[in-house]
Write a protein that binds this ligand. Structure first.
Ligand code: NAD
Length: 344
């Protein structure tokens, strides 16, 4: 007899189109429902990627009453993540929530409480955890390929001038760029270092998107981890350059350079640079480029729900990344080092 399939629904049909395709193509699911308040957006998506026998709705609350829906992707604008995730969890659904989990700590705590109270599964969709180059870099660090890691740099380099989203929802004082976009780099730093940041100090500036209603469009943030590793996150949504997340990991025996869009990562195992040496100190290791690997996320969610797999992107992980971002934002505003909250 074939294994049970999960019923899936997607809320928000922007980035949500990746979730729609991933559920539709994964044998563990029947895609049952797509929700977006904007009919024109639904029409556009269904024209480009038609799916049959799917309920097309405008109000996510209808999903709360759908007994055949087990897993729901929350891919609405950030402001709705907490309300929708909590309502879904309380209605017995498992939730795959787009990043950032929330825009403040109270909402992050509220989702964590709802997960504990209901016992339902929650995964945060931080794509760097599914990007082949970053998975390999983390694996190499963990198995000691570069000796002991002591310093790490990650980045989120973007320009949001033309990616405000439907109704320009990103251009909003509530959506700090470090939380909204920089959370990618902060989450990758935390995940790769595999420890908890204790304290942060950050500077911010605003020149690239000077007319945006945020305090800063660009940040340098330093993090001190409990294990002694120091980390630096560069985040900007106002750069004149192509989007990338170039990251560098420095260990006692080598260095890794990687990013989300290159078909290789670079490894140097030369302990000290020798200027007489002809050969380049870096070797290239080929990797697949898959920057938005939502297929792997929905597959992992099925493995967690149906087969008891470990959820490496739990609600606590999502909340800790929100907290690490909030601490750096506070530091940039106050000019003081700020302790990072890790207990959720
Ligand atoms: N993982 C990634 O790399 C990645 C990339 C882009 C966006 N995102 C995240 O995905 C989410 C959506 O961003 P986007 O790029 O799709 O924005 P978008 O503006 O392209 O699309 C948002 C969609 O949500 C719909 N919507 C608005 N209010 C809603 C509501 N109350 N309930 C349900 N749907 C609603 C809009 O009609 C629109 O179709 C955000 O949280 C964003 O941070 C993640």
């Amino acid at each position: 007899m074939s294994e049970k399939k999960l019923g899936a629904a997607v809320i928000g049909a922007g980035e949500g189109i990746r979730h729609i395709k991933a559920y539709h193509q994964c044998p563990d699911y029947n895609l049952l429902c797509i929700c977006d308040p904007n009919q024109a957006q639904i029409d556009r998506r269904m024209k480009a990627y038609p799916v049959e026998n799917v309920r097309l709705i405008h109000d996510y609350k209808e999903i709360l009453k759908m007994d055949d829906v087990n897993v729901v992707s929350v891919a609405s604008p950030d402001y709705f993540h907490a309300e929708q995730s909590i309502a879904l969890l309380e209605a017995g659904k498992h939730v795959l929530c787009e990043k950032p989990m929330t825009l403040d700590l109270d909402e992050a705590s509220a989702i964590a409480d709802a997960v504990r109270k209901t016992g339902n599964h929650f995964m945060i969709a931080h794509p760097t955890r599914y990007t082949p180059a970053f998975i390999l870099a983390k694996k190499m660090i963990a198995r000691g390929d570069i000796g002991e890691l002591f310093m790490a740099e990650t980045e989120y380099a973007h320009n949001y001038r033309h990616v405000g989203g439907i109704d320009n929802w990103r251009k909003d004082a509530r959506r700090d760029p470090l939380l909204g976009g920089g959370c990618h780099a902060v989450d990758f730093l935390r995940w790769a270092v595999d420890d908890l940041p204790d304290e942060t100090f950050a500077y911010g500036t605003k020149k690239g998107l000077a007319d945006w209603p945020v305090d800063f469009d660009s940040y340098f943030c330093l993090y001190k981890f409990r294990n002694g590793v120091i980390g630096k996150v560069m985040c900007s949504i106002g750069l004149s350059r192509p989007y990338t997340m170039r990251s560098v990991f420095y260990g006692t025996k080598g260095t890794i350079i990687c990013d989300n869009l290159s078909p290789k990562i670079q490894l140097s195992s030369v302990p000290f640079y020798d200027s007489d040496q002809d050969a380049t100190p870096f070797i290239d290791i080929p990797v697949e480029v898959n920057n938005h690997n939502v297929e792997m996320q929905v597959k992992l969610m099925a493995d967690v729900v149906l087969r008891g797999a470990d959820n490496h992107a739990s609600v606590v992980e999502g909340a800790r990344t929100v907290a690490a971002c909030c601490a750096a934002i506070e530091s940039a505003k106050t000019g003081k080092p700020v302790k990072v909250r890790n207990n959720f």
